[in-house]
Design a protein around this ligand. Sequence first.
Ligand code: PLP
Length: 388
Amino acid sequence: MQESLTHWDATMMATYGIPALVLVNGKNATVWDVDGNSYIDFLAGIAVNSLGHAHPELVQAVSEQVATLGHTSNFVAHPQVLKLAKRLVDLTHPSARVFFCNSGAEANEAAIKISRRTGRTHIVSLEGSFHGRTTGALSVTGQSAKSGPFLPLLPDVTFIVPNDVAALRETVTTETAALWLEPILGEGGVIPLTNAYLQAARQVCNETGALLVVDEVQTGIARTGTMFAYEQAGILPDILLLAKGLGGGLPIGACIGFGPAATLLTAGQHGTTFGGNPISCAAANAVLDVVAKESLQERALKIEQVIRNFLVSCDGVQEIRGAGAMLGIVLTADFGPNVVSAARDLGLITNSPLPNVLRIVPPLTITDSELNQGLEILKTAILQAWKV
Ligand code: PLP
């Protein structure tokens, strides 16, 4: 492993630090490193590999597409993008119109530009939120450690505490272009917004004319037990943002506008070379096929039940929060990073977005056996780190 990593430091910018693992292959929720060691994958490429690794239908769809028509341009259409856009409209609302891009940050950038087309500039977002690393997306990200080195960013963004309805009512006004929310703050430590808060957000936006932007880059595509997490609050956003699990490992993002927000961007106002490319769209179509065929929303709920039952009375665990296959294990102290490294040594990949929180976002296709194996390792790692 060390030998494989010697070039990292000498060739890569230091943005990610030096990784602990070099992975070479995977099968569903199990991956293998360059030395042949296996790991259960509870991170799924940070909620990306919704179908696990090397899912046969995803492999076939992508292989066939690259062998048929790998890239076009947005001057022409192709069947995969037409099919995917239609499916996203059918899955959301008839008024939906889709803009395809390549990542979560780019989906946020598109939404920022749409919000500017209201004629207003003020944006309200949440403290602790994460929307991406490009300068626009970073401007609406409520984590000063990430945005601080790059100031000044976009002006006129106000951050408020999550789940505080009074703050929402006070801050979102008729001058506000958009309110930016993640139904569960992922990078912020797996913090769910309550249904009451999401409903209040919808109401405040109706009253003020601000756009409700729901960033489901991490929560979307069956992960929380419904296709989109917003459905659980019985609301419809003005703009829905997707990426990560949509492509199951291929890079794709989507910014979906509803009602008036669907038509605020007009010809020539936005674009990207690779957005809606045939290969990523073929992957997303395969993901949506498998989600439907294998009822992965229900599987996500089953995964939640198994994890909660297994860890509820584990020493060192204070609380389990989140929904479906997006759970935060809140620890009794800041020993999350120690659990992550102990787990890795024992054969499990997970991560710790906050020092006292572990994030569990496995593939939705994880088998019972992989899930139980991973949970046994996780418990051992938690107990090891907790006792130190
Ligand atoms: N929005 C949310 C909610 C995310 O969790 C992330 C990434 O973690 C992003 C946006 C940025 O996505 P990307 O890394 O694909 O740019």
